[in-house]
Design a binder for this molecule. Structure first.
Ligand code: SF4
Length: 221
């Protein structure tokens, strides 16, 4: 297992908003993709599966710990870190897109924290832009929308154990699990399929079709 334990970095700046000054330009030095806990939700698993051309179940088994986090190699490197950087860059999870920012969402609030990148990073970290600019550059918005939807659903399932018990593990992690519904439109984008998955899981658990996003945290630890 990893020799250098990774603690959660202490944020240098908290209470940031989308219009707060921030910039970070990655130079693929590979130092930031080590000893990090990279959480993944069903949308992120589906993006990885799509990019790798593999079934979700195979991605879960080969590259994750129980479908919850990306696996680390013995040296602490992320399982997807290659000699030239991230081998799944186009489909990397949200916390990788946000890094070195973290995002904390409440019922009516959104806050960003800036934890600073690895101290020896070759990336350029500064204030030459805004967080909104950075989110656009990282194509983070669809990831944030679905992270909020899945967090909202999962928290409601914790409060409805009988409903949660009606959902099988593979149905929880595979956005295309049929969940017993037929005759529904078949969306083609991964994003639309993930939103359908959230609706189907909520219906299966007896929560109704609408799931209101609830507090969530997206951050590398
Ligand atoms: S998925 Fe890619 S960007 Fe994220 S930690 Fe792994 S190698 Fe780094």
């Amino acid at each position: 297992m990893a020799a250098e334990p990774a603690g959660a970095p202490t944020p240098l700046r908290t209470g940031l908003r989308r219009d707060s000054a921030f910039s970070f330009r990655c130079h693929a030095c590979n130092r930031c993709c080590r000893h990090k806990t990279i959480q993944v939700n069903p949308y992120e698993l589906a993006r990885l599966a799509h990019g790798l051309g593999l079934p979700v179940a195979e991605v879960v088994g080969r590259y994750t710990d129980e479908g919850v986090h990306l696996r680390q190699r013995e040296d602490g490197n992320c399982v997807f870190l290659g000699a030239s950087g991230c081998s799944v860059h186009g489909d990397r999870p949200l916390v990788c897109r946000l890094y070195p920012l973290g995002r904390i969402v409440g019922p009516d609030s959104e806050e960003f924290v800036d934890a600073a990148p690895h101290p020896d990073t070759e990336g350029v970290w500064g204030t030459n832009g805004t967080i909104a600019d950075y989110l656009d550059q990282q194509d983070a918005l669809p990831y944030m929308e679905l992270a909020d939807a899945y967090f909202g659903l999962f928290l409601k399932l914790l409060q409805a154990p009988d409903g949660a018990a009606a959902i099988q593990p593979h149905e929880m992690i595979d956005i295309d699990a049929p969940l017993g519904e037929a005759g529904e439109d078949s969306p083609t984008t991964v994003e639309a399929r993930a939103h359908r998955h959230v609706r189907r899981l909520a219906a299966r658990a007896g929560l109704g079709a609408e799931v209101t996003p609830l507090p969530s945290v997206s951050r590398c630890d």
